[in-house]
Design a protein around this ligand. Structure first.
Ligand code: SF4
Ligand code: SF4
Ligand code: SF4
Length: 695
């Protein structure tokens, strides 16, 4: 069902409101108020118009809307208006309620009717309904706040609400039906109730709701004493005991006249703290099929009845004093209908009442307004979350102290859940915060100590950072130097490597040359050996020649001897033999010389051969040395290569070191800035801690 707009009944003066939540505490609905701001705001579509917030507000921040201004204005304009006056006038204008009629008429009101008579008709409607329909349970409905409560929040009770108009509506319908001269007049309801306006809206009957407070205000404004106004009887017949309707139990008292003993079946209940929970429980009980000990509920919102309604200003008056004039009037009213016998009296009253009552005239329908109630019930998990927001973590934190006005922590949590209130309005949450604040103060002191320590640590860090920075600068310088040295070293290594490479190539040439030298040497040795062999051959030949020369010498000597024997014939021969002997001797001598020479040559050749062998060995040794030197050179070159690549790595490591040094420098600057910022933050924190401790 969609929401229905309800006429605003209550207004809040934000200037006067101190957000004390007394109104929320008094309000039977609670969720008709938004307590999130500086003054509770009313959701009129959930407000039942009970006025309890007005009577509970000690700051005068709550008041009501009525139609007093329009009433006096329209009267001044000559509008045709009749007034109906609630029976509570007898207590609110004690001893002068009939003068009120004179006053109203003096203003131009054409006729004044007594709602007490409408109350008599109301009881008649109830009794006839109960006799005819025999309902198991009837809830009385003169109080519009209770009717609206049922329509909004417990619509399951709507069928139990007496299907009859309230005394006010009975009176208006009576006028329209039985006083045709006033049928088209506007009707002003002079009442103690601010919620009557809602009945106008729902039934289309009634035009001005003018509270007693407004009438009193107008009299004051006019500086008029009611005593100065003419006392005038009402324009309708007199009521009997229904004049007690504005007292709690007045309805029952009247009904008991019609149905003696009805009180035995009745729950009489009034006051917001009693009636609304009662209705809630009744609805639950009926839903569960529970047994009901009563068949009639006589209920009123206001604890002192309509005599102390929110439109009276008399809600703090002692009840007995309020009721005394009513009782007096009841005595008088009953007297008027007391004839010789009770039977005759009853008959006379019935005759009067029946003249103004007929079936179907005073029936009332109700409206289900439950669509206006969109407040959601939090699930247990949601409730737990809300509880946490108000510092409630266990059952021990549930105080139900009512300081927030909701009567229980659960209802406050429901309001917070529905964004109708805020945690700061929970007293114990504030105590919880205060407690926290105390702890916070202790922590503040501790924090200040720690801040002091932190500041000195920052100073130490700063000086360490300075030391690191200067070391970093030196390191950076060293790295630069090292980089340059390594650069030079790398280039020398490269050069040396290149030279070594070249030398190794040269060495290879040397190895080749040595190998070739060794080969030549070997050939030389071979040649010397060949020469030696040849010399040996020559030597043998020389020996042979020397032998031949010796033999020749021997032969020549023999020839000379023979020649000598031959005389002159032999003389020539002897000369030749002599010549041959000399030749052989010369040959032998030459052979010996040659042999000696050859022997020397052989010796020389042997020495040469030995030397050549040695030379070959030396060359071989030299070659092997050169070889091993070449290998060493190769190793050296490869070492140079490794050295070179190692140097490159060193160079790149140094480059990295340089880059890192720069980064460290940047980080150092950042660190300095950060420590500066940290120092400022800590100093500010210290100042805040100082201030909060001072606060
Ligand atoms: S009139 Fe009643 S229901 Fe409306 S806000 Fe006031 S106390 Fe609540
Ligand atoms: S009772 Fe309500 S309206 Fe009055 S001062 Fe307190 S919070 Fe404001
Ligand atoms: S403890 Fe807080 S939420 Fe609970 S009733 Fe008290 S004020 Fe309301």
């Amino acid at each position: 069902m969609s929401g229905t707009k309800l006429t605003p009944v209550i207004k809040v003066d934000d200037e006067k409101c101190v957000n004390c939540y007394a109104c929320v505490a008094a309000c039977p609905v609670k969720y008709c108020m938004d307590g999130t701001g500086d003054a509770p705001k009313i959701n009129h579509d959930l407000c039942i118009g009970c006025g309890n917030c007005i009577t509970s507000c000690k700051r005068g921040a709550r008041s009501f809307f009525d139609n007093g201004d329009a009433f006096f204005r329209d009267l001044g304009r000559g509008e045709k208006i009749v007034a109906i006056v609630a029976p509570a006038a007898a207590s609110n204008f004690e001893g002068r309620y009939l003068n009120l009629n004179g006053y109203l008429k003096s203003l131009g009101v054409q006729a004044v009717f007594d709602v007490s008579f409408g109350a008599e008709l109301t009881v008649l409607s109830y009794v006839n309904y109960m006799k005819e329909k025999k309902p198991s349970l009837v809830i009385s409905q003169p109080c519009p706040a209770i009717v609206t409560y049922i329509e909004l929040f417990v619509p399951s009770l709507l069928p139990m609400l007496a299907p009859a108009d309230s005394p006010m509506l009975h009176t208006i319908r009576m006028i329209k039906e039985y006083y045709p001269q006033y049928r088209n007049h506007k009707v002003a309801v002079i009442s103690p109730c601010i919620a009557k306006r809602r009945e106008f809206d729902e039934t289309g009957l009634g035009d001005y709701n003018v509270t007693f407070i407004t009438i009193k205000g107008q009299l004051e404004k006019e500086k008029k004493d009611l005593a100065s106004c003419k006392a005038m009887e009402y324009d309708n017949p007199e009521a009997e005991r229904a004049v007690t309707f504005p007292m709690p139990g007045g309805l029952l008292r009247t009904a008991d006249r019609e149905v003696p003993g009805i009180w035995e079946q009745t729950r009489k209940i009034e006051g917001p703290e009693a009636i609304y929970p009662y209705l809630d429980h009744l609805a639950d009980s009926l839903k569960k099929g529970g047994h009901q000990s009563v068949s009639f509920v006589d209920c009123l919102n206001c604890e002192k009845g309509c005599n102390g309604g929110p439109g009276t200003g008399f809600w703090e008056e002692p009840q007995n004093e309020l009721e005394y004039p009513i009782q007096q009037r009841a005595v008088e009213a009953e007297k008027k209908y007391t004839l010789k016998s009770q039977k005759k009296s009853r008959k006379e009253l019935a005759k009067v009442l029946n003249k103004y009552w007929k079936p179907g005239l005073y029936g009332r329908n109700y409206v289900d307004l439950s669509g206006n109630y969109t407040i959601r019930e939090p699930s247990p998990a949601e409730l737990t979350e809300v509880y946490k927001k108000i510092g409630k973590y266990s059952e021990d934190d549930i105080y139900d102290c009512n300081a927030c006005g909701y009567g229980s922590c659960k209802r406050m949590a429901k309001a917070i859940f529905n964004k109708l209130n805020v945690p700061k309005n929970c007293l114990h949450y504030n105590l919880f915060l205060l407690n926290k604040q105390d702890k916070l103060a202790e922590l503040n002191v501790e924090m200040k100590k720690q801040i002091g320590k932190s500041l000195s640590v920052i100073d130490s860090i700063n000086s360490l950072v300075d030391v690191v920075s200067s070391k970093m600068a030196k390191q950076s310088e060293s790295v630069d130097h090292s980089s340059a040295a390594v650069g030079e070293m790398v280039s020398s290594i490269h050069k040396t490597s290149e030279v070594s490479q070249k030398k190794r190539d040269d060495l290879q040439g040397l190895v080749d040359v040595a190998a070739r030298g060794q080969g030549s040497m070997r050939e030389t040795i071979q040649a010397v050996e060949d020469i030696a062999k040849s010399v040996d051959g020559v030597s043998s030949t020389i020996k042979l020649i020397s032998g031949i020369a010796s033999n020749t010498n021997l032969l020549s000597m023999n020839a000379a001897i023979e020649a000598a024997h031959a005389g002159d014939a032999g003389r020539g021969f002897s000369v030749v033999a002599g010549e041959i002997r000399r030749l052989s001797e010369d040959t032998r001598a030459n052979s010996q010389n040659i042999s000696v020479t050859l022997s020397n040559i052989i010796k020389g050749i042997k020495v040469t051969s030995t030397r050549s062998g040695e030379t070959e060995n030396h060359i071989a040794q030299m070659s092997s040395e050169i070889h091993s030197f070449a290998e060493t050179m190769a190793e050296l070159i490869s070492t140079f290569g490794e050295l070179s690549s190692g140097s490159t790595e060193i160079t790149s490591a140094l480059e990295n070191l340089k880059a890192l040094s720069s980064e460290v420098k940047i980080s150092y600057n950042e660190m300095l800035n950060m420590t500066l910022t940290l120092r400022q933050a800590l100093e500010e924190l210290s100042a805040v801690a100082e201030r909060s401790t001072a606060d």
